[in-house]
Design a protein around this ligand. Structure first.
Ligand SMILES: NC(=O)C1=CN([C@@H]2O[C@H](COP(=O)(O)OP(=O)(O)OC[C@H]3O[C@@H](n4cnc5c(N)ncnc54)[C@H](OP(=O)(O)O)[C@@H]3O)[C@@H](O)[C@H]2O)C=CC1
Ligand SMILES: CC(C)=CCC[C@@H](C)[C@H]1CC[C@H]2C3=C(CC[C@]12C)[C@@]1(C)CCC(=O)[C@@H](C)[C@@H]1CC3
Length: 334
């Protein structure tokens, strides 16, 4: 039977590499690239068809950072497919990243150096902003838009896979400020929230046949990471990065390697997976890729609270959205 797989943020980086890997795995797959920019989506589709000429590759216009776009895209999905085997929640942003060079050099000579290179803990901040829905952009894109999509498509879903990060950290997240309006670690906060949401979804929905997992792709060179430093700097340090990779298995570096855990999960029986584990894509010094589960620093009670708060926010944004739609209809009639 033809399996249907939807991947958000599929036009570049880890999402696009996952598409390649899944088509190689199963040529009968119906792959749906859910992207905000249709030109980039077309280009990705053309690239995939070059290497897999008979593949079934659909495109879906979806800006996960916009409530209206998520609701329209979900309608379109329901009209097109009557079942979705895998939904990969991969789209993500890290806007205006700032590297604290002082902390970085201090970290280089500390006991935490390996951890620093694996998680960027203490050396990376971001500057977030409000989007047109009045939500924090990073929260809306990395978490809430995906949550709304899941809520819309729930009856069709069976497997969810989140591209989280080892940068996810409990101390960056506050339940009183789940959108991270106050701090400067919106990325870390949103990824920690996705880890918790995955656990909560498993607790609420496993009995109905819906399973959720989270992965970390390791440090991968993509548009997201290239945005952290000026390009000449990356060119300079690239040999060092490949050298570090020999000593640390979290430097996966290529999107293909980074997609390892996403691919691996595609092959697993969901009942065999640990809902409290994050599945890490790792690459050994000799270049062998493998997937390793590591326990997440999350608890069930807090995850359930987050789930309830997201449901409340969902109600609020839906009400706002229908008011706006009604206003638009009235002004169209006038
Ligand atoms: N690279 C790394 O080292 C790591 C990455 N990750 C995570 O991996 C995921 C993929 O990122 P990566 O491949 O690295 O980076 P890329 O920037 O290459 O990919 C991100 C993808 O998300 C899409 N996207 C961003 N915002 C939206 C939106 N509002 N609606 C729809 N699509 C959107 C982008 O589309 P567009 O081209 O239009 O911008 C792009 O296709 C992210 O969730 C990231 O946080 C996690 C850990 C490490
Ligand atoms: C190699 C040299 C000399 C410098 C590179 C320093 C940083 C640019 C680099 C160190 C750890 C990296 C890292 C990420 C980005 C680039 C670093 C800060 C991430 C935050 C990228 C996105 C993620 O989700 C994390 C898993 C990455 C963690 C490590």
């Amino acid at each position: 039977m033809e399996r249907v797989v939807i991947i958000t943020g599929a036009n570049s980086g880890i999402g696009l590499a996952l598409c390649e890997r899944l088509l190689t795995e199963d040529s009968q797959l119906r792959l749906c690239l859910a992207c905000r920019n249709m030109q980039r989506a077309e280009a990705a589709r053309a690239a995939l068809l070059t290497s897999h000429s008979n593949a079934h590759v659909d495109l879906l216009q979806l800006d996960v950072g916009s409530v209206q776009s998520v609701l329209s895209a979900a309608q379109e999905v329901k009209a097109r497919y009557n079942r979705i085997d895998f939904l990969y929640l991969n789209a993500g942003i890290m806007p205006n990243p700032q590297l604290d060079l002082n902390a970085f050099f201090k970290g280089l000579f500390s006991r935490n150096v390996v951890r620093m290179f694996a998680t960027a803990e203490g050396i990376l901040t971001q500057q977030d902003r409000l989007n047109s829905d009045g939500l924090q952009e990073v929260f809306a894109t990395n978490l809430f838009g995906h949550f709304l999509l899941i809520r819309e498509l729930e009856p069709l879903l069976s497997r969810l896979v989140w591209t989280s990060s080892s940068n996810a950290r409990r101390s960056a997240f506050s339940m009183e400020d789940m959108q991270h309006r106050e701090g400067r670690e919106s990325y870390s906060s949103s990824k920690y929230a996705s880890d918790m949401l995955s656990l909560a979804l498993n607790r609420q929905k496993n009995s109905q046949g819906l399973f959720s997992s989270v992965i970390c792709p390791g440090l991968v060179m993509t548009n997201l990471t290239y945005g952290i430093l000026p390009s000449f700097f990356w060119t300079l340090i690239m040999p060092v990065m490949w050298l570090i990779r020999i000593f640390t298995n979290t430097f996966t570096l290529t999107p293909h390697n980074g997609a390892e855990a996403l691919h691996w999960l595609f092959l697993q029986n969901p009942e065999s997976l640990d809902p409290r584990a994050k599945y890490h894509s790792l690459t050994s010094g000799l270049g062998t890729n493998y997937t390793q589960p590591r326990q997440m620093d999350i608890d069930e009670g807090t995850s359930d609270v987050l789930y309830s708060k997201l449901l409340e926010l969902e109600k609020e944004v839906r009400r706002k959205q229908s008011e706006e739609n009604a206003d638009e209809e009235i002004s169209a009639v006038k």
